[in-house]
Design a protein around this ligand. Structure first.
Ligand code: GLN
Length: 242
């Protein structure tokens, strides 16, 4: 943290912010402020340089063409790579998740290089688009309650050896590989297919990002009864027969 304020960077709101993904930055800000932290939020449009001194970077989902434009600009800019090299935490959703991997298939049907910050490769799924509610169990080492979210993607993401699946789905597709995995993470970089916005539905993931950024094991508790009732509602809804 610089200047005693947590620097939260929202990358390319003009290109990557579908399905309310902007809510993720609001949740990180709010959860930090609830713990008495001062937050400096920076929204970085795609014609602006990515600052390298952020603590937490958030990237949302997007349609195929904006996704390609975002990948081109992020590669050219290089700031996010440098920030991760400095130890920054990154949380990405859907198109943002695919961009952080080694490559994905762009809107022109070509292989588009990503940033290689996560050991994943995305291809175009041959089957139906993955759309709908998802319920999953997050990797137990992260100590988090079940994940809920909404997915809408054609891409299918394969994990390499240095990426761990973020969750195993009980319902839904997640990475779309058929093995039940959803999302990926390493020490500091996270990716998920969950929209919703995912941090509003799973605020303890926002707390995890804060703990990693602050390098602490625990945060002061918050009253999360509302979130818990929302999650239970989503779990019950997901279990209803179609
Ligand atoms: N264009 C990507 C896909 O369909 C990402 C979509 C999204 O971000 N919702 O796989």
């Amino acid at each position: 943290m610089s200047d005693n304020s947590l620097r939260v960077v929202w990358i390319y709101p003009d290109l990557l912010s579908t399905y309310g993904d902007q809510g993720n930055v609001l949740v990180v800000e709010r959860r930090a402020r609830q713990r008495g932290l001062d937050v400096a939020r920076l929204d970085v449009r795609s014609d602006q340089p990515i600052p390298t001194s952020g603590d937490i970077y958030l990237i949302g989902g997007g349609e195929d063409r904006p996704q390609r434009l975002a990948a081109e600009r992020l590669r050219r800019d290089g700031g996010l790579d440098r920030a991760v090299g400095n130890g920054a935490i990154v949380f990405s959703v859907c198109a943002g998740y695919q961009i952080l991997g080694h490559e994905f298939i762009n809107d022109l049907g070509q292989r588009e290089p990503g940033l290689g910050l996560l050991d994943v490769v995305s291809v175009r799924g041959e089957g139906a688009r993955c759309v709908g509610d998802v319920l999953g169990d997050i990797d137990p080492r992260l100590g988090l309650p079940p994940l809920t979210g909404f997915e809408n993607h054609q891409g299918v993401t394969h994990l390499g050896p240095t990426a761990r699946p973020l969750a195993k789905v009980r319902f839904g597709n997640g990475n779309g590989t058929g093995d039940g995995t959803e999302g990926a993470f390493n020490e500091t970089v996270f990716g998920t297919y969950m929209h919703g916005p995912v941090l509003a539905r799973n605020p303890l993931i926002a707390d995890l990002l804060l703990k990693l950024a602050l390098d602490v094991n625990a945060l002061p508790p918050t009253d999360d009864r509302w979130y818990e009732s929302l999650r239970n509602e989503r779990i019950a809804a997901a279990q209803q027969p179609a």
